[in-house]
Design a protein around this ligand. Structure first.
Ligand SMILES: NC(=O)C1=CN([C@@H]2O[C@H](COP(=O)(O)OP(=O)(O)OC[C@H]3O[C@@H](n4cnc5c(N)ncnc54)[C@H](O)[C@@H]3O)[C@@H](O)[C@H]2O)C=CC1
Ligand SMILES: O=C(O)C1=N[C@H](C(=O)O)C[C@H](O)C1
Length: 233
């Protein structure tokens, strides 16, 4: 498979390693200084760039009929526009706030736990994410997906960053050293607490998930998720 990388930072470089080890070819490494992109050389594009760049990159790929896998976080105000464009162009698109197998299992666990806790209002839920100090967005995309999972399966109506006013689900964001990504959900009352936690040890899981999604999407049309790729039900 001929892969174009939009963004060649920490994730782009890890994806290159994984893609080459699986027999793929990297045909372009695109960043903010790239003037011309030859879309005829690529079978699929993978975007791990920056919040302000992702939507433009997605648009270019869909307009050139290139399937696009996007892992960039912090641009979701434009997500519905991306879906509309994909559908109107009969293209192929996957966004995931987190491509790792472990986190996608964690998302399922989160939904299941939220459903069980729905009628137990004595437990208050809180969410914490920890990432490296270079991370630009807060809260993390993964924390937003987890919060949306709790909201969809409980009495919570909204999440807020470090603020539990008006009954909101509070997300705490910490930036510590080189932390690849740690997410914790805590249900707590006076007598006990229940905690579920996912810890990424490095970036390999994210990169493998993104390359797996790129392999999976070839020949498909539509807007998909990692649930589809991993066949999680
Ligand atoms: N969904 C997931 O599983 C994961 C998502 N991420 C997200 O991926 C994004 C990138 O993360 P990192 O690689 O750690 O960041 P990074 O800062 O190391 O790399 C980002 C790269 O994007 C490039 N860039 C800037 N403008 C661009 C443009 N217009 N087009 C193409 N490239 C451009 C920069 O030159 C930079 O090298 C972040 O939004 C992060 O939150 C990170 C890890 C996993
Ligand atoms: O910026 C990162 O590094 C990460 N970003 C993603 C997010 O915002 O959730 C995924 C992962 O946690 C690493």
């Amino acid at each position: 498979m001929r892969i174009a990388l939009f963004g060649y930072g920490k994730m782009g470089q890890m994806i290159e390693q994984i893609a080459l080890s699986r027999g793929h070819e990297i045909v372009a490494k695109i960043d903010e200084n790239t003037n011309q992109i030859d879309f005829t050389t690529m079978d699929v594009a993978i975007d791990f760039s920056m919040p302000e760049a992702a939507f433009g990159n997605i648009t270019k790929c869909l307009n050139h009929n290139i399937p696009i896998i996007c892992g960039t976080t912090g641009w979701l105000d434009k997500y519905n526009e991306a879906i509309e464009l994909c559908n109107s162009k009969k293209g192929a698109f996957i966004y995931a706030s987190n491509f790792s197998l472990g986190v996608n299992i964690f998302f399922e666990l989160n939904n299941y736990l939220a459903k069980m806790m729905k009628n137990l209002p004595e437990y208050k839920v809180s969410l914490e994410e920890i990432h490296h100090t270079q991370k630009l967005d807060a809260p993390s995309g993964t924390a937003i997906t987890l919060a949306e999972g709790v909201i969809a399966n409980s009495e919570y109506n909204e999440w807020k960053l470090e603020d539990d006013s008006d009954g909101a689900l509070s997300i705490t964001s910490k930036r510590i050293g080189n932390t690849p990504g740690t997410h914790t959900l805590l249900y707590e009352n006076e007598v006990d607490s229940i905690e579920i936690k996912h810890t990424a040890h490095n970036r390999e899981g994210f990169a493998l998930g993104a390359v797996t999604a790129a392999e999976w999407i070839i020949g498909k049309r539509g807007v998909f998720s990692m649930r589809d790729v991993l066949n999680l039900g």
